[in-house]
Every structure is written in C-alpha cells, then in structure tokens.
Design a protein around this ligand. Structure first.
Ligand code: NDP
Length: 274
C-alpha cells in the first residue's frame, strides 16, 4: 500500500512541499503520496490525529504550528529540543517523534549547494524569531570563528545568545551594534523581506568575498539581497535551497534514503522564475 505523508499549515495552499516530495519519490523510486493539509488554527492536534488514524506515516509542519508540533511529540531529536520547534513528524507505532530539519537544510544549502564553507568565518544572523532560533545550533556545529545575532528587538537576540552560550561565545544586539564590524556570512532570518521591507543595517558590514543569504524566497531579488548587492556582498542566495534541503532531510528520516536536492532545486527555480 502507498505510504501517506503530508504538510500541515495554515495557510498551506502555496506550499511547494508536495511538488518537492513528489520529485524526491520519483528520483528514489519510493511508493508514497504527499499532500498539503489545511489544519484549523485551533485544530492542529486533531488534524494530526485524523491523519495518523488514516494510516499517515509522517508529516511536515509549517507556520504557525511548529511550536504546537513540538509539544505534541512523545520523543524529539536533540536539534528539535535546541530549536524548541518541530517541522518533521514521524508516526512510528503509537509514538509521534519530532525533528527539526530547517537548520540542517540551511547549512547543507550553504556548504554543499553554494560551496561556501562556514568554518572559521565570521557569521551574522539577522532575526531572533522561530527560524533564527532553529538554525543557531546547526550553524555553530560548522565551527564559525564567531556568531553575532542581531535583531530589531535586541533583548530577543540577547536571550538567544544566552540560550546557546554553552555551545560557543555568541554576541548579540540590535542592528546598530554591528556597526564597525565585518562579516563573511550574513544570514537574514527576519520576515522583513516578506513585507517587502529592507533592513536598517549599518554600511560596511559585508566583508570582501562575503555571502548574503535570505531565508525568504520568491520571484526576483528580495530587498535584503538588493541591499547586500549594493553593499558589495560577493555571493547572494535566497532560501529556496534551504526549503529543498530541509525536505531532503525529512525524506531521509522517513524513508532511510537521502534524495539529491540539486536537480529538484534547479527545476523549482525554473518554475519560480517562469
Ligand atoms: P517570526 O515571526 O518567528 O520572526 C520574525 C523575525 O523577523 C523577528 O526576529 C522580527 O523581529 C523580525 N522582523 C519582522 N519584521 C521586521 C522588520 N520590518 N524589520 C526588522 N526585523 C523584522 O518568523 P520566522 O522566524 O518563522 O520566519 C522568518 C523568515 O524565515 C520568513 O521570511 C520565513 O519565510 C523564512 N523561513 C524560510 C524557510 C526556508 O525553508 N527557506 C524556513 C523557515 C522560515 P522582532 O523580534 O523585533 O519582532
């Protein structure tokens, strides 16, 4: 029988996950189905229960349910615990097992797809929301020389720096506090680009040869990437690769085989620009 998977979200109609997993399944010769399910804002747990009762084997979770998914799990991976959010559920026997593949997806996109090694680099993470928190431990695992977390509300960035203080010395503050420093990798995990807004970043923070990465993706250049280009960043990337690679990591958890993200990313990119 075909194994069932899905993504829960609200809204979810825009999700590219069904198309990504259909391509992964074909590439890896796996018999599975993957659908998008709109869960009511007050009915996430019930929607998961219905899906499991219907034979569901696993699910992705997107906005706004990642924290609720975390609470629903009987067991969680270390990276889910660090992120305090779950984007991948596996239904095994009577257990709901939670993981978070967002950070692994980001790191793989940066290091493998973009060929940018983070080890020894000065990294700047912009944003201290759910996406930012989820990628800190995987970023630190790449052994950057330093990590600075900057956020519009400085107190949220400082709280994150304290949370991860046992992994590495992490500096934090508002955007203005980055003035006078230079960074080799600047990763935008704010939702400012979603609203079409540019960030108020000091000039001169992009080091020679630096990478500017926006987790947001869409048709055309985001305001953050336009600003980074104007400030001399050498390499620009949006978050489409992160989306594909977090999906590949989820596929690995469910099916025991890692799909090759690169051809799927290329196909998606072509669709997006069409
Ligand atoms: P949250 O709502 O949890 O956090 C939003 C963050 O953005 C906060 O740090 C907030 O600052 C900041 N922010 C919002 N508006 C502005 C602004 N105008 N100027 C400066 N800072 C601003 O969102 P998420 O963390 O869940 O998502 C952030 C982004 O990451 C989204 O664009 C999302 O699409 C993207 N994302 C991409 C993924 C991928 O696979 N490519 C996966 C997950 C997320 P403050 O604390 O001061 O309010």
């Amino acid at each position: 029988m075909t194994d069932r998977y899905c993504v829960f979200g609200n809204p979810v109609a825009h999700s590219r996950s069904p198309a990504i997993h259909a391509r992964f399944a074909a590439q890896c010769h796996q018999d599975l189905s993957y659908e998008a399910i709109l869960a009511p804002l007050d009915g996430f747990a019930a929607a998961v229960g219905d899906f499991v009762a219907g034979g569901g084997k696993g699910a992705n979770v997107t906005l706004p349910f990642k924290e609720e998914a975390f609470a629903l799990c009987i067991r969680r991976s270390a990276r889910a615990e660090q992120a305090r959010a779950v984007n991948t559920l596996a239904f095994v026997g009577n257990e709901i097992i939670g993981d978070n593949t967002d950070g692994a997806g980001l790191v793989r996109d940066i290091e493998v797809n973009l060929g940018f090694a983070l080890a020894g680099k000065r990294a700047l993470l912009l944003g201290a929301g759910g996406a930012g928190r989820g990628v800190i431990a995987p970023l630190l695992a790449c052994r950057p020389q330093s990590l600075f977390i900057a956020n519009r509300s400085a107190s949220k960035a400082e709280a994150l720096a304290r949370q991860f203080a046992d992994l590495a010395a992490v500096d934090a503050g508002d955007f203005a506090k980055t003035a006078g420093r230079q960074f080799d990798a600047v990763i935008n995990a704010t939702s400012a680009s979603l609203a079409g807004e540019a960030l108020l970043l000091p000039t001169g923070i992009f080091a020679a040869g630096s990478l500017a990465y926006d987790m947001m993706y869409g048709k055309g250049e985001t305001p953050f990437l336009a600003l980074a280009r104007a400030q001399g960043a050498a390499q620009l990337a949006d978050g489409l690769g992160m989306l594909v690679e977090q999906a590949a990591e989820a596929f690995l958890i469910w099916r025991g085989v890692r799909p090759d993200g690169a051809p799927v990313l290329a196909a998606l990119r072509e669709q997006l620009q069409a």
